[in-house]
Design a protein around this ligand. Sequence first.
Ligand SMILES: NC(=O)c1ccc[n+]([C@@H]2O[C@H](COP(=O)([O-])OP(=O)(O)OC[C@H]3O[C@@H](n4cnc5c(N)ncnc54)[C@H](OP(=O)(O)O)[C@@H]3O)[C@@H](O)[C@H]2O)c1
Length: 276
Amino acid sequence: MTTILVTGATGTLGRPLRSRLAEAGETVRAASRSPPDETDDASERRDAVEWVELDLADGTGLERAVGGVDVVVHAATAPQGDSEAVDVDGTERLLDAAESAGVDHVVYPSIVGIEAVPYSYYRHKLAAERAVEASEVPATILRATQFHQFVDQILGMAARVPVWPLPTTFRVQPVDAGEVADALVDCAIGEPRGRVPPVGGPEVRTLGELAVAYREARGLRRPIVRLPLPGAVASAFRAGEATCPDRAVGTVTWEEWLAAEYGGATESARPDAAPS
Ligand SMILES: NC(=O)c1ccc[n+]([C@@H]2O[C@H](COP(=O)([O-])OP(=O)(O)OC[C@H]3O[C@@H](n4cnc5c(N)ncnc54)[C@H](OP(=O)(O)O)[C@@H]3O)[C@@H](O)[C@H]2O)c1
């Protein structure tokens, strides 16, 4: 029986990771800064045999989290918080603890294009990848493109104002987090493989096209206006650096995800329907 620690177990990726690992018959130990307890909905606690409190920013709970574990799937991250403390220093702390505890394999989800997009969170992800590669613990690194939920979150913020100013020409390739979790489960139950080919969503689209489909799915009518963003980060997103069209292995399209999330069927917002 393999015991697998999932860090970031309450996150977008952590939730499907928990369920898929449990379905595959693995013993799941789930970690979060605030693990759900008996007062929470049982669905929050399901799939994990055990929940542990872990804060990677200061190392609280690390020894308990990794003790007796065979494999770690490290999905904890702080894109909106102190990503240097959590993603870089926290990953190094986790790797040291995993090595001391005799963990056999660390699986690390990362992001497509992080070396080409000079965004601080991506720089921290790159540093974390390097720490994983430098560690004595055998590892597998799997990169993915943006999750549908992430695009939904960005558009949800834009939707709060009467006119949506968006960098409509950014190219993105949204992918289903469950499909990324499937690929990570394959990694976790296999031998360490170093870097494996990335997982991208089925289509490279512009953010403008995605916004039109989102607006339709939510039954909104607000105008979408192109926000011309200067700088190297914007230029890299416009150039499609965060996409991997040759690895369009995900199957769930943006419109399918929107229909499942918001109900109803959405027409595909193809380039001719999108704002320029
Ligand atoms: N989102 C995307 O589009 C995307 C695309 C490709 C790859 N990825 C990668 O996939 C992984 C998971 O991303 P996600 O989108 O699922 O993230 P998420 O939804 O933001 O979840 C982050 C998780 O990290 C935990 N966490 C945050 N701070 C922590 C700390 N100090 N100590 C311990 N745990 C902490 C959170 O749990 P608590 O708050 O309960 O502690 C939460 O469970 C990351 O490596 C990310 O880079 C994401």
